[in-house]
Design a protein around this ligand. Structure first.
Ligand code: FES
Length: 265
């Protein structure tokens, strides 16, 4: 008979009878999220001078959609588009069901991990999870609607990368590495949004009989989305990583450190 871990587990942060490296995944996830937040903060506040190149042909994913340029907004010199729009992807990701699991575990240690005791501090503070401050996470479905608008604007940005301004004032069409970088970012973001639990519910989760007519179509979509929904965590991390890879690429080209090979027709 296999060994059985008796409940309740011993008390005190990290106390457990588990012998595996249960702390490894929360550690690298917490480190990655912290790094992402620090990078974004520094880029927005101190290093926002090179967010596009070729006269806005290619724009960094962090600053896209560049609504200040697109809509000709009049803003103070220190402001940039990311400051105006990042609350949408931040709110969308921050209320994501998968993301909640990550930061509840990594930053609040509640739960710390399966069969691993919580810190005493969390208990003494009366942490109430989604019955307390985190009840706000229920706005996720509304953040989804806004994220879908941002996603559409990202596709506009890809389209924009194929339009090359010429010296004589005309425009030619072509393709460059920047096009593929933005396309990869938009694809991963599409998979992340498309595998969202709230999106799956909108498509077909509200009904449990998909027998005929439109409901039959809903059922087909529902099962298709369900098949990518099981990999939602993968799409979360890859789409997030691509935002920063894309930003570094655009930043590098804008600063003249990297080149953006292109074919113009
Ligand atoms: Fe993760 Fe909706 S559940 S984006």
């Amino acid at each position: 008979m296999s060994d059985v871990i008796k409940l309740p587990v011993s008390k005190g942060f990290g106390e457990t009878d588990r012998t595996d490296k249960w702390w490894a995944q929360p550690l690298w996830m917490g480190s990655a999220l912290t790094l992402a937040m620090i990078y974004t903060f520094l880029r927005l506040i101190f290093f926002d001078g090179a967010i596009h190149y070729d006269n806005h042909r290619v724009t960094s994913p962090i600053f896209s959609p560049d609504i200040i340029h697109l809509w000709g907004l009049s803003v103070p010199g220190w402001a940039n588009s990311a400051m105006l729009i990042l609350w949408i992807p931040f709110g969308f990701r921050g209320t994501c069901y998968y993301m909640r699991k990550v930061y509840y575990r990594t930053f609040f240690a509640s739960p710390t991990a399966c069969v691993v005791s919580k810190p005493h501090l969390v208990k003494s503070m009366g942490y109430r999870g989604e019955r307390g401050l985190f009840v706000l996470n229920n706005i996720h479905r509304y953040m989804l609607y806004l994220a879908m608008i941002i996603l559409l604007m990202k596709y506009y940005d890809i389209f924009h990368t194929i339009s090359f301004d010429q010296n004589d004032g005309t425009t030619s069409f072509g393709i460059s590495v920047g096009t593929f970088v933005l396309a990869a970012e938009s694809f991963l973001l599409t998979m992340y949004v498309g595998s969202c639990h709230a999106f799956r519910h909108i498509i077909g989760g509200g009904t449990n009989k998909w027998r005929k007519g439109f409901s039959r179509l809903q059922g087909k979509f529902f099962w298709r989305i369900s098949s990518i929904n099981v990999h939602h965590g993968f799409w979360f991390w890859t789409s997030l990583a691509m935002v920063f890879i894309g930003d570094l690429f655009v930043w590098g080209v804008a600063e003249g450190i990297l080149s953006d090979p292109s074919i113009v027709f």
